[in-house]
Design a protein around this ligand. Structure first.
Ligand code: 3PG
Length: 213
């Protein structure tokens, strides 16, 4: 899949809702219920980070939830890409971008949202055909003000910023023309997950969905 095709698909996924939950699953038995709660609240695109031993199995379980579009986050290596694809991930997200990672996404047909944080990184990805990128770590790298400035010389690149975004500042990003959606972990907080408090997670998802009427 070419970078341009990957970005076309990534744009469709990013437009499904204003927020993509960034999920860390520790307990595999929670995976399906968590996905159901988030999708029921109105957030269908889910990023499961490959940061725990059960992450790939969690993707497998969540991929069965109707209405969900489950992707793999924290992709670092070609092996991650291969494993994510085999687990049923429909898209990938990486904190940055390397040649090997980009080649693997082309080879395994996984639409990637590659990470960038500087004008040169954004331009290097744009040269390859990636018009949809993750801006990471968003708040620490300059936040909404930075993305607004980048939009002047590079309006053709659209972003999903993640890192330090919450209900409080999400609107600052979503009001910009070069932002398709934001990513964040606040909609699947650790304590609610540990308690299996799916009602709270659904309510947080609904609140996030309402960020864009
Ligand atoms: C991440 O990869 O951890 C995401 O950027 C989520 O960041 P957050 O926990 O600050 O929402």
């Amino acid at each position: 899949m070419t970078p341009a095709e990957q970005s076309r698909r990534a744009a469709e996924i990013c437009r499904l809702a204003p927020v993509v939950p960034v999920i860390v699953v520790d307990d595999l038995s929670h995976a399906r219920k968590l996905a159901e709660a988030l999708v029921a609240g109105g957030l269908p695109a889910l990023e499961v980070t490959l940061r725990t031993p059960v992450a790939l199995d969690a993707i497998r379980a969540m991929a069965e939830v109707e209405g969900g579009v489950v992707g793999a986050g924290t992709l670092l290596t070609p092996a991650d890409v291969k494993a994510a694809k085999a687990a049923g991930a429909k898209f990938g997200v990486s904190p940055g971008a390397t040649e090997r990672l980009l080649d693997a996404c082309a080879e395994y047909d996984l639409p990637l949202l590659p990470g960038a944080a500087t004008a040169s990184e954004i331009m290097a990805l744009l040269e390859k055909g990636y018009t949809i990128q993750k801006f990471f770590p968003a708040e620490q790298a300059g936040g909404a003000a930075y993305l607004k400035s980048i939009g002047s010389p590079l309006p053709q690149v659209k972003f999903c910023p993640t890192g330090g975004i919450s209900l409080k500042n999400a609107r600052d990003y979503l009001s910009l023309p070069n932002i398709l959606c934001v990513g964040g972990s606040w909609v699947a907080p650790k304590d609610a997950l540990a308690k299996g408090d799916w009602a709270t997670i659904s309510a947080l998802a609904a609140e996030a969905k309402a960020l864009r009427a």
